[in-house]
Design a protein around this ligand. Structure first.
Ligand code: SAM
Length: 277
C-alpha cells in the first residue's frame, strides 16, 4: 500500500461526478494532446484516455509512476499514455513535441505550486489552447471574481474588483468557474474545498494588441498594488514614475487621480500602462 504524501500535495480525487465535469469542460476531441500535471494514481488519466486523448503525464513521485505503469500497460504500449517522471516546474513541454495552441492542460494540480503552474503555462511561448484545473476554492474565487477569497462584503460596490492574481490570469485567458468540489471528494480529504476552473482562448493578444509587453504589464501592476492602502498614483511615484505622466494616463482612462489599484479593470490597466510610457 502506498500512502499519500503531503509534501507532494497528494489528495486523490475519488468523485466520479467531479471527474466527469472536468472532462466535459475539457471538450476533448479523440487524438487531441493533453498534458496532465500530477496524474497520481491515475483517476483523471483514466477518464482522459476514455475520451480518446493522447495523455502526456508528468509526475514527480516515483511511487506513482510505478502505479501508473501497472494500471495502464495497454495505453502505454499503444502510445496514448506517455509518462514522464519529472518536476513540472523544471519541464520544457516543447520537448514532448507539444506545440503552442495545439494541446490542453487538464489536471488536478498540487496546490502548493498553483501560482507557479499558472505562470509557467500562461506566460510560456508554448501556451496551451485551454486549461481545466482543479484548484483550492478560495484561489478559484480570487481568479474568477477578483475578490479576496471568502470575504464577501454586503456592499458589493466596496469590493475590490481585481487583484494581482486575477489580472495575471485574465490578461491571457477567459476564465470560468466550472464547479465546486467538496473536500470529501478527495482521499485524503484536504482541509478546504476545491473548485474546477476553465481558462480558455489563451493567448498574448490582449497585451500585444495594445502594444504592452508582458514585463511592462507585470512590473507596473505590481508597483501599483505594492502598498494596499495607498493610491495608485502614490505607489507608482514611489517606484520612480513621474506624477504628471501618471496623472495624464489616468485622465486618458477617465479615472480619478486618487484611485487605488484594485478598482481598475483589466481593460483600464492596459490603456493606463500604454499611456504611461
Ligand atoms: N491527479 C491525481 C488525482 O486527481 O487523483 C492526483 C492529484 S494530487 C492533488 C497532485 C499530484 O501531483 C500528486 O500525484 C503529486 O505527486 C504530483 N506532484 C506534486 N508536485 C509535483 C511536481 N512538482 N511536478 C509533477 N507532479 C507533481
Amino acid at each position: 500500500m502506498i500512502y499519500a504524501k503531503k509534501t507532494f500535495g497528494q489528495n486523490f480525487l475519488k468523485d466520479r461526478v467531479a471527474l466527469e465535469k472536468i472532462i466535459v469542460a475539457g471538450k476533448i476531441n479523440p487524438g487531441e494532446h493533453v498534458l496532465e500535471i500530477g496524474p497520481g494514481r491515475g483517476a483523471l488519466t483514466k477518464f482522459l484516455l476514455g475520451v480518446g486523448a493522447v495523455v502526456h503525464a508528468v509526475e514527480i513521485d516515483p511511487d506513482m509512476i510505478q502505479v501508473l505503469q501497472d494500471t495502464f500497460p495497454e495505453a502505454i504500449a499503444g502510445g496514448t499514455l506517455i509518462i514522464h517522471q519529472a518536476d513540472i516546474l523544471e519541464t520544457d513541454v516543447s520537448e514532448f513535441g507539444l506545440v503552442a495552441g495545439e494541446y490542453k492542460v487538464i489536471a488536478n494540480i498540487p496546490y502548493y505550486i498553483t501560482g507557479l503552474i499558472l505562470r509557467k503555462f500562461l506566460e510560456s511561448e508554448t501556451q496551451p489552447s485551454l486549461m481545466v484545473l482543479l484548484v483550492q476554492k478560495e484561489v478559484a474565487e480570487r481568479i474568477v471574481d477578483g475578490q479576496e477569497g471568502g470575504k464577501k462584503k454586503k456592499d458589493s460596490r466596496k469590493q475590490p474588483k481585481e487583484n494581482i492574481l486575477s489580472l495575471s490570469v485574465k490578461v491571457y485567458a477567459d476564465v470560468r468557474y466550472v464547479t465546486t468540489v467538496g473536500a470529501k471528494s478527495f482521499s485524503p480529504a484536504p482541509k478546504v474545498d476545491s473548485a474546477v476552473i476553465e481558462l480558455s482562448n489563451i493567448s498574448k493578444d490582449k497585451l500585444h494588441g495594445v502594444g504592452v509587453t508582458d514585463g511592462e504589464f507585470f512590473t507596473t501592476m505590481k508597483h501599483g498594488f505594492s502598498q494596499k492602502r495607498k493610491t495608485l498614483m502614490n505607489n507608482l511615484k514611489q517606484h520612480g514614475h513621474d506624477a504628471v505622466q501618471i496623472g495624464s494616463a489616468l485622465d486618458v482612462v477617465g479615472l480619478d487621480h486618487r484611485v487605488r489599484a484594485e478598482v481598475l479593470t483589466l481593460e483600464q490597466w492596459l490603456v493606463f500602462i500604454k499611456n504611461l510610457k
